[in-house]
Design a protein around this ligand. Structure first.
Ligand code: GLY
Length: 321
């Protein structure tokens, strides 16, 4: 694998104490060029998910496939009580209930997802079981929970004291709280097979019953092993309305780089919708050859790229400057 290591190290230091990314011309924010991918690679949304990437890479380096890497990697974030937008510790909806969305897809085009799932710590694993054990793609709400319990998952309280306090404060002051730190992850294994996954507790204090983009195949996540994959984070409503991840994969199929394809998907949102004041939409894409792209509507999106040699986060370029 010929990752451009100089560029990688020079630009990749959000967490590592390197030069400030704001000093870097946007064209140099990240570039990788892997012509002959032989080693595994993992990419994910948001800097705190470096730990999940590390787990996924550990799985890949034992020779395991990308589907196992995605599941085990995402489970790390789902079990982290300090992450207030995924799994355990996720901020609840307006009624104080933590509801979870997740999806997973493998290199053969198999897909599974869960929506509005409650009291189950690992929605990504339930999504995988939906994919592997049923003829369906998506299970929602009570049905998804029943399926999980029948398959050995435990019912657990996912509302931490911190999240409950934040919810009570929100109820009192009705303050806006924008958290969209969904984990989206893509991985390629040593067999050159790509898988993807997404998991979230969704928009904080959303209407009870709201489902975001994460369980919608083609919205928050899409993988086509011939071309590549994409994942999203941010305001799911805009990702769903533009079917962003599917759009990115199709743009890559037409010959666009992952970076250009992410830019086109963000521009689609910008051109289609006027009132984007409290909205951010963020994408990362990974081509079949291991090239990475990332782009967001607004500043602030970070993402992680992990190879056998490196596990670093980067700041994404963005449209509205
Ligand atoms: N992108 C996560 C959500 O809107 O639920």
């Amino acid at each position: 694998m010929k990752i451009n290591r100089r560029n990688f190290i020079k630009t990749g230091a959000v967490a590592g104490g390197g030069i400030l990314l704001s000093q870097i011309p946007s064209s140099k924010i990240f570039s990788s060029s892997i012509k002959d991918l032989k080693n595994p690679i993992v990419v994910s949304t948001w800097e705190p998910n470096l730990k999940s990437n590390a787990k996924a890479m550990e799985i890949l380096l034992t020779g395991n496939n990308s589907l196992n890497a995605i599941e085990e990697g995402i489970k790390v974030t789902e079990a982290d009580p300090t992450d207030s937008s995924v799994g355990y510790g996720g901020l609840p909806d307006a009624e104080g209930v933590v509801t979870l969305d997740a999806s997973i897809m493998d290199w053969s085009g198999n897909a599974g997802s869960v929506a509005f799932l409650q009291n189950i710590m690992h929605p990504i694993s339930v999504a995988r079981l939906v994919m592997e054990k049923t003829k369906h793609v998506m299970l929602a709400g009570e049905g998804a929970k029943k399926f999980a319990l029948e398959n050995g998952f435990k019912e657990e309280n996912l509302l931490t004291e911190e999240s409950r306090t934040a919810w009570l404060k929100w109820k009192e002051k009705n303050e806006k709280k924008d958290n969209h730190d969904t984990i989206g992850m893509l991985a390629i294994d040593k067999f050159s097979n790509m898988s993807g996954g997404v998991s979230t507790s969704g928009m904080a204090f959303k209407l009870h019953g709201r489902v975001g983009d994460s369980p919608i195949i083609g919205a928050a996540m899409f993988v086509d092993n011939e071309v590549g994959g994409a994942v999203s984070t941010g305001n799911g409503e805009y990702v769903m309305r533009t079917l962003g991840s599917f759009l990115i994969v199709e743009k890559m199929r037409e010959g666009n780089s992952p970076q250009k394809a992410c830019e086109l998907a963000v521009e689609r949102v910008y051109k289609s919708y006027k009132n984007l004041i409290d909205v951010n939409v963020c994408y990362i894409a990974l081509s079949k050859s291991g090239e990475v792209g990332a782009y967001s509507l607004k500043k602030g999106f970070t993402y992680c790229v992990t190879t056998p040699d490196d596990n670093k986060s980067y700041e994404s370029d963005f449209l509205i400057k």
